[in-house]
Design a protein around this ligand. Structure first.
Ligand code: ATP
Length: 824
């Protein structure tokens, strides 16, 4: 199959990762890969054969020439294997480096003048990960909207024998893609009748195989949780809000922050949750109260009345009131200044949100989506629907493209018709959950709005194990929710040791205000389990009158919950709802795919590796062995390796052995031999600290230095505790808020059940009331801790099965490792 890729509409971080992965995945499947520059405009323009220009440019290498070059290098490879042949054949087709220049006729450049459809090879997309925007260019094409334009596009694809297309863009681009595919059969008939294509071409290209990827910073597409670029944009916004927070606090100011989102409030909503804002305005849900100015001022006044020094209001650029009158940042500022006397400033973040290096999620998800896109194309038949590759709870999914586009359009129509309930429903349950979550943690309720006394709980909150990004955010959300409902949030400082020492105090709404953006553990944490003095722990539960307990932490926290659950046999104090919220950078809690802290940790890894890779590239032929934490769970190493494009990864699950090392060294040698002389790049090897007791990072590095000879040098770097990350990522913060509110709802439900038991009988909590909140198979689920036990490897402190095991294979595949190619 010959597959072409284009990026269209507004650029977004992660588009390059998607293109890179599609190119590599396609080559691995034996496809010929092409890139269309400048979106649909490039497809319409095609390649004008300007022989003169090409000679003039001198840098343009045609396929023959590229192959010659590669073969010359190949002759250097001693002991050629099938792998080498395979890689050689697909390594470079010449124009990849020129793509990086971003120069073209269309944008007034030079080297690729007149060439919009370019064949690419494996190495052409090397290192594309860390760059923002789209290296192959994007455009908005008026011509493609016309039948003439699309006819030219069809002809250009057929000329190159291309029969499959991947489009990465927003809803407009994907609509255009669907129009293109549905018109294809009639256009080719017309082209045949005009004898512009041959009968063979008509036969061979009767059907266009098409797949869409959603590249859009707004996260405005329905039927997918995340669009490519949205997590990075959210990161940029949260960085800005974190910075604004400190100056707002210093001067006791109010800030109105305008963020992108013409028709979609996702960025404003998530930034509101993750940034700890006081009030937000989003298009899907205008303020229900009119005049909304009164409601906003009343809320902010309540915040100020309890002593809050700063106010953050986030407004999406497309925000409006119930009557669709726009709500502008400047106007909000005037209202806050005039009515509340607040010193208020406006900050419009504008294009800073769009650009920059992609965050870890915008490297991992587009990579996985790219692989899925190629699979979908290979399976595509004339009768199958056109798919859009989306994401649900970080899992890659396929949905019918037009259903997603139509549902997205329907949101806009519902808003135009002022049917905001419908608009919200169409956005999906997670959006709605976030919205309720924001209200729960940002608004201060009056006594009359709280739960009746018999439904109120005293909730103990404990941190356990190593710190992880999002622990404090989860605690903040739980505390705020408690106060909103009339529960009493009790912080247990310093884990179970602290509990035994009576280190417990009530937390206040204002006291946790800044915790959203704080890394580490504000409560203090350690690894002491309740078995240290289980009777003492039970008596403290009783003394502090806990009605429910939330334990936030990693494998220790899971273990602690198990011990408390087993303690129920002897101690009635444990017959209360008890929940474990997994927070650990190791992500080693069984049955959950994602723990709080992983995203922050992956971002820390990506930041460190980008810097290391730069240094490795500067010294040309250098391999960096990067050691990660993660206990005996290789998650962070494996997923991190995917996020940084590592050549090799070693995990405790996979272990390390001599045969493996010999094969890996040989692979690295081959790769360096095949590099264009003088243009080698640094390569990364990621090794979990417990991958082997013998082949340590130091041994591995020395081995590589020895074996690399004149081909490459090696160095090592241990990331250690830096992987715990500083400031938690917005994804971890938002996830923390969402999961912690789910935990609260779960505890309320079980508390209510328990309170219905006859008072004269000993309280008997059902087993399910001691549960772990998990993210599995695309959904959030509470799993009883005893059920979890069946899936836990208590010796190695991890789950018995690793859902991410296939990621290790994918790292190997995308690095071009022989054994993953089915070759020797
Ligand atoms: P963003 O979300 O960043 O705005 P988008 O993909 O929605 O991205 P658009 O400007 O709507 O951006 O669309 C990009 C291109 O897709 C257009 O310039 C046009 O070439 C093509 N396109 C959009 N809608 C159609 C359509 N209905 N028919 C044909 N082509 C279309």
């Amino acid at each position: 199959m010959k597959i072409a890729i284009l990026t269209s509409g507004g650029d977004s971080a992660g588009m390059n990762a998607a293109v890179r992965s599609i190119v590599k995945a396609g080559i691995l499947k034996g496809c010929e890969m092409w890139i269309v520059r400048e979106g649909y405009e490039g497809l319409v323009r095609g390649n004008q054969e300007h022989a003169e220009d090409r000679k003039e440019a001198n840098a343009v290498v045609d396929e023959e020439e590229a192959l010659d070059q590669v073969e010359t290098r190949a002759n250097k490879v001693t002991a050629k294997s099938h792998t080498d042949e395979y890689l050689l054949h697909n390594l470079r087709f010449g124009d990849g480096d020129l793509l990086r220049d971003g120069t073209s006729e269309f944008v007034g450049g030079r080297t690729l003048k007149g060439r919009y459809i370019v064949r690419v090879g494996w190495d052409d997309v090397r290192g594309w990960f860390s760059e923002g925007g789209t290296l192959i260019g994007t455009a908005r094409s008026a011509t493609f909207r016309t039948t003439e334009g699309r006819t030219a596009a069809v002809l250009n694809l057929i000329k190159h024998g291309i029969d499959a297309l991947v489009v990465c863009g927003g809803d407009g681009s994907l609509t255009g893609a669907d129009v293109f595919r549905s018109e294809w059969p009639s256009i080719i008939k017309k082209l045949r009748s005009e004898e512009l294509i041959t009968a063979e071409q008509l036969e061979a290209h009767s059907h266009l195989k098409l797949v869409g990827l959603v590249g859009s910073i707004d996260n405005d597409m329905c039927m997918t949780d995340l669009t490519i670029g949205a997590p990075t944009a959210l990161q940029r916004i949260c960085e800005a809000i974190d910075n604004i927070n400190s100056t707002a606090y210093s001067h006791s100011r109010a800030f109105v922050v305008e963020v992108m989102g013409r028709d979609c409030g996702w960025l404003a909503l998530l930034a509101g949750v993750a940034g700890g804002a006081d009030f937000i305005f989003i298009p899907e849900r205008p303020p229900p109260e009119m005049p909304w100015e009164d409601a906003m001022c009343a809320e902010i006044h309540r915040h100020r009345a309890v002593g809050k020094r700063k106010t953050i209001v986030i407004v999406a650029e497309g925000a409006h009131d119930k009557e669709l009158n726009p709500i502008r940042a400047e106007y909000i500022k005037d209202v806050l200044t005039d009515r509340l006397g607040l010193d208020t400033r406006v900050t419009t973040l504008g294009h800073t949100q769009r650009g920059g290096r992609p965050c870890a999620l915008d490297r991992i998800l587009p990579t996985l989506q790219g692989v899925e896109a190629v699979e979908a194309l290979l399976e595509s038949q004339p009768g199958t629907p056109t798919y859009m590759i989306g994401v649900r709870e970080n899992k890659v999914i396929r949905v019918p493209l037009m259903d997603a586009v139509q549902q997205t359009r329907a949101v806009g129509e519902a808003m135009k018709a002022k049917d905001f309930k419908k608009a919200l429903d169409l956005r999906g349950p997670e959006f709605l959950e976030m919205l309720h979550g924001f209200a729960a943690v940002s608004s201060l309720k009056e006594e009359k709005d709280k739960l009746p006394a018999n439904k109120r709980m005293r909730v103990g909150i404990i941190h356990m194990g190593a710190p992880a990004g999002g622990m404090n955010a989860a605690t903040r959300s739980a505390v705020r929710y408690c106060i909103t409902k009339g529960h009493t949030p009790l912080a247990v400082h310093n884990g179970f040791r602290g509990l035994l020492d009576d280190n417990v105090n009530e937390l206040s709404w204002l006291g946790v205000d800044a915790w959203m953006a704080r890394g580490g553990s504000e409560l203090g944490t350690n690894r002491i389990l309740p078995s240290f003095d289980i009777g003492g722990v039970a008596s403290k539960f009783q003394e502090f009158k806990f009605d429910a307990v939330l334990i936030i932490g990693g494998f220790e926290a899971f273990n602690a919950l198990l011990l408390l659950d087993e303690g129920r046999k002897h101690y009635p104090a444990f017959h209360i709802p008890m929940v474990h919220l997994p927070a650990t950078i190791s992500n080693n809690v069984p049955m959950t795919e994602h723990s709080l802290g992983c995203d922050t940790s992956l971002n820390a890894l990506v930041d460190a590796c980008d810097a290391i890779k730069q240094s490795a590239s500067a010294s040309r032929d250098r391999v960096f062995v990067v050691e990660t934490q993660g206990g005996k769970c290789g998650y962070i190493a494996a997923v991190g390796a995917l996020a940084v494009g590592a050549s090799l990864v070693y995990t405790p699950e996979g272990g390390m052995g001599l045969d493996m090392l010999r094969r890996d060294v040989r692979f690295l040698k081959t790769r360096y031999l095949l590099d264009v002389p003088g243009r080698s790049e640094g390569r990364l090897v990621i090794r979990n600290e417990h991958a082997s007791q013998v082949y340590t990072t130091s041994v591995l590095t020395k081995m590589l230095i020895e074996e690399g000879g004149s081909l490459f040098d090696a160095r090592s770097a241990s990331l250690g505790h830096t992987l715990q990350g500083g400031v938690p990522s917005p994804t971890d913060r938002a996830r923390a808020a969402r999961l912690s509110l789910r935990c609260m709802a779960f505890m309320e439900e079980h508390h209510n059940k328990l309170s219905k038991q006859p008072p004269h009988k000993t309280r008997q909590a059902e087993p399910a009331s001691a549960s772990v909140i998990t993210i599995r198979s695309g959904g959030v689920e509470m799993v009883p801790v005893q059920e979890m036990l069946k899936h836990a490897d208590m010796v190695n402190r991890r789950g018995k099965t690793e859902w991410w095991a296939k990621i290790v294979d994918l790292v190997g595949l995308l690095a071009g490792k022989p054994q993953f190619l089915g070759l020797k």
